[in-house]
Design a binder for this molecule. Structure first.
Ligand SMILES: *Cc1c(COP(=O)(O)O)cnc(C)c1O
Length: 378
């Protein structure tokens, strides 16, 4: 018999989601506004800390898009973006008719390389165009080099839009990811650490930013009895039904973080004695990852692909790392700064099943198959 599929990362309900959804139906708040939307925003603000103002939106991509709008990005502008990421980090730059400038990763966090970042800024300024914003990603939940990146942001006066879609619950020097830049995007897609089925949020350091985000997200309607518009609007607000799921999920966020970290500890134990495999880990105690996905780097592309196929045969999902944007057909003609760190990680890296809902039986199966794979090389 074919055993059940073990997913990379699947939705994991806490128990009270349907209660909030039922409340929405009972009170007829079946709309992109209502008590669950406000409640989820308050839950996130309480979780992230005092100075966070959160606008719940229809997706993480919408949050990144409005983040760039708020930072004044317009057609013809340049926006710096980490190359090794999901395409949703970069797509909103193109929605606005702006040009992405891609940056390599460094080896410690797999995120923005501060050296390549500064080199790019200096070069773009010399070429006559100062970048409007920096999109920095906390990949797989790992905080980027916050001190280095934020000090470059300050030195050149270019704001950081944090892509914290994968990093709810991660911290750097004790401070939550999503609170370093003036703006940060969260995602609650089905595969993220918590989900609203589909959804996202923009975290703002200033109240006015949140108000402006909600204004843009609800078609930029002016204060008038009729529909009047002085600015281009978007339909990006979160549904009150989805927000109900989010409220249930926020009740268990801390549990989910410890379960994902538990999966990472499971892989630490599994690969403790391996000289074939390098597990992606926090470089120092300053970094605390939610370990949304646990990832490994193998000694070659061939081995990585062989392991992926061996697991697939056993109905266990694994996935190559994000293919860098500067290597994507759709982005290959845009400027790129750095060397081959992201490219090499992509070649040899693999994400392993990391969900908070894997049970002991699943773990035994994963461990057994991974061990069997490496035993064939001994
Ligand atoms: C998931 C994700 C997004 C997009 O979020 P959606 O809610 O799916 O639109 C953006 N950036 C990164 C790094 C992501 O992982």
């Amino acid at each position: 018999m074919n055993p059940g599929k073990i997913w990379l990362s699947s939705p994991h309900m806490g128990g009270n989601e349907q209660k909030y959804v039922q409340e929405a139906f009972d009170t007829n708040w079946v709309a992109p506004l209502g008590p669950n939307v406000n409640g989820l925003e308050q839950d996130l603000e309480a979780y992230l800390g005092e100075k966070s103002y959160v606008a719940a939106l229809s997706s993480g991509t919408a949050a990144l898009h409005l983040g760039l709008v708020l930072l004044g990005v317009q057609a013809g502008d340049e926006v710096i973006c980490q190359s090794m990421t999901f395409s949703a980090s970069a797509n909103p730059i193109l929605y606005l008719g702006a040009t992405p400038v891609f940056i390599d990763s460094e080896k410690d966090t797999w995120n923005l390389c501060p050296v390549a970042l500064e080199e790019a800024i200096v070069d773009r300024i010399a070429k006559g165009k100062k970048p409007k914003a920096i999109i920095a990603v906390h990949l797989y939940g790992m905080p980027f080099k916050v001190d280095e990146v934020m000090s470059i942001s300050k030195k050149y006066d270019i704001p950081v839009l944090e892509d914290s879609a994968e990093a709810l619950g991660s911290t750097y020097k004790g401070q939550k990811c999503g609170t370093f830049g003036p703006l940060a995007a969260l995602s609650f897609n089905g595969n993220k650490i918590i989900t609203t089925s589909g959804g996202g949020a923009l975290v703002c350091q200033h109240k006015e930013y949140k108000e402006k985000t909600v204004f843009f997200a609800t078609q930029s309607r002016d204060n008038a009895p009729h529909y009047q518009h002085s600015e281009i609007g978007y339909n990006y607000r979160m549904s009150n039904i989805c927000a109900g799921i989010g409220r249930g999920q926020m009740e268990v966020i801390d549990v989910r973080v410890s379960q994902r970290r538990g999966m990472n500890a499971f892989y630490q134990a599994l690969f403790k004695e391996s000289n074939e495999v390098q597990l992606f880990m926090e470089p120092t105690a300053d970094y605390y990852s939610n370990h949304w996905l646990s990832a490994i780097v193998l000694s070659s592309y061939e081995k990585r692909e062989a392991l992926r196929l061996a697991l697939e045969k056993e109905n266990i999902e694994s996935r190559p790392l994000w293919k860098p944007m500067h290597l994507q057909p759709v982005f290959e003609n845009y400027p790129y700064y750095g060397s081959t760190v992201a490219e090499d990680l992509f070649k040899n890296g693999l994400c392993l099943p990391s969900g908070s809902n894997l049970n002991e039986e699943d773990k035994v199966r994963v461990a057994k198959n991974i061990k069997a794979f490496f035993a064939t090389f001994e």
